[in-house]
Design a protein around this ligand. Structure first.
Ligand code: SOE
Length: 386
């Protein structure tokens, strides 16, 4: 098992773009708000370009900059590796870090292919037996309102689950002149809207309902097939722009999913609505502090949904922050994620979502792609044979 020095743990993080910035923010703050058993020391930041990595390390608060991730993970003062790179490097970095006895936090989706996700999960399983922890960064699980939704479902307040409507709507690709980027290259990103944002709604649905998705029928499309490359003509887009699929969960609930980067006017509308036999819940990340609840047991029903402002001290994670009504934001979800990670590392306790959960999501994404390739035919999710 990776050793921590007293009550601190050395962290090495690879990648310093959007995810690197928000993870750094969380690493800087987690122990100042949450009573975690080990405090992070922000040891080393990894990136390919020396100048940019040094600048980012200085800006975000890392002590050292490394241009070779292999050297970063082998540093004796690094006991936990945080992977914030595009999907094509997740498997290699995560497996090497786990084999070196380092705890691993890996951005989503876990991998670019099912085969990689399987190898990563096997490595994580071997590492767990040596006391090494691993987690996949599905941060939306740590939105207090969504954690609360899970509690309501688990407490039976929705009854038997019937219909699920999940959507993740962004619009940053609507303009055909928007430039090519790594997120639009299959070899780097694995898939498009499906893996990038569809993965979040698959995980959020399985998390809130506590049920796996058992089969899907999918449809994908790429609306703009070529995009400008700065100063260098055009490049082919090799991933989906939008993925829509219907699904069934283990208890027989029927679900629809939509992930798109073309929903003009929607910036980060990650939505989940669940209707059960006793009640319904509804959530939209663009109003992330609110959970709407239709409570069939309400003694004085008003006919509509009731707004719960999930900022009370007793709501999940909120006790560490501000008084009621002083809203939380996107960045807090990452701080919550690290609080759970450090608690599990320090106390040797269970941690979710683990790589097996990431693999579960990957199986759904893979089934959607296979279904879409075969005229949307119904595709069961492969059994977990581990
Ligand atoms: C993509 O636009 C993206 O940044 C995702 O990669 C993140 O996971 C999501 O939280 C916000 O949108």
């Amino acid at each position: 098992m990776s050793r921590t020095a007293g009550d601190t743990i050395g962290v090495g993080m690879v990648g310093h773009a959007f995810m690197g910035a928000v993870h750094s923010h969380a690493w800087r703050n987690v122990h100042r708000f949450f009573d975690v058993p080990v405090r992070p020391r922000m040891v080393a930041l990894g990136g390919r370009d020396e100048v940019r990595t040094k600048e980012a390390a200085e800006k975000f608060g890392w002590e050292f900059a490394e241009t070779d991730w292999r050297e970063l993970i082998m540093r004796p003062d690094v006991q936990l590796v945080d992977i914030c790179t595009p999907g094509d490097t997740h498997a290699e970095i995560a497996i090497a870090a786990l084999e070196a006895g380092k705890h691993v936090l890996c951005e989503k989706p876990l991998a670019n292919t099912l085969a990689e996700a399987e190898r990563m999960t096997a490595a994580a399983g071997r590492a767990t037996r040596r006391g090494v922890r691993s987690m996949v960064a599905f941060n939306y699980r740590r939105v207090p309102a969504l954690s609360l939704a899970r509690e309501l479902v688990a407490d039976g307040r929705l009854g038997a689950l019937r219909n699920i409507r999940a959507a993740y709507l962004q619009d940053w690709l609507s303009d055909p002149a928007a430039p090519m980027s790594w997120r639009l290259r299959k070899e780097r990103a694995g898939s498009g809207a499906l893996g990038d944002i569809g993965a979040h709604i698959v995980d959020a649905t399985q998390f809130v309902t506590g049920e796996p998705i058992t089969g899907v029928s999918g449809l994908t499309n790429t609306f703009v097939r070529h995009r400008p490359v700065e100063g260098n003509g055009e490049e082919e887009v090799t991933v989906d722009d939008c993925a829509v699929f219907m699904a069934r969960t283990a208890s027989g609930a029927v679900a629809s999913f939509e992930a798109t980067r073309y929903a003009l006017g929607r910036k980060n509308a990650m939505r989940l609505e669940i209707n059960g036999s006793r009640g319904s819940i509804s959530f939209d990340f663009e109003s992330m502090n609110e959970l709407w609840f239709w409570d069939g047991d309400d003694p004085a029903p008003t006919g509509g949904f009731r707004r719960i402002l999930a900022t009370e001290q007793q709501h999940p994670y909120v006790g560490a922050w501000w008084p009621p009504g002083h809203l939380l934001g996107y960045e807090h979800t990452f701080t919550h994620e690290l609080a759970d990670l450090l608690t599990a590392v320090g106390n040797g306790t269970e941690l979710t979502p683990g790589f097996a959960d990431g693999l579960g999501v990957q199986r759904v994404l893979d089934a959607v792609e296979r279904s879409a390739r075969h005229e949307s035919r119904w595709t069961p999710i492969a059994e977990d044979k581990r």
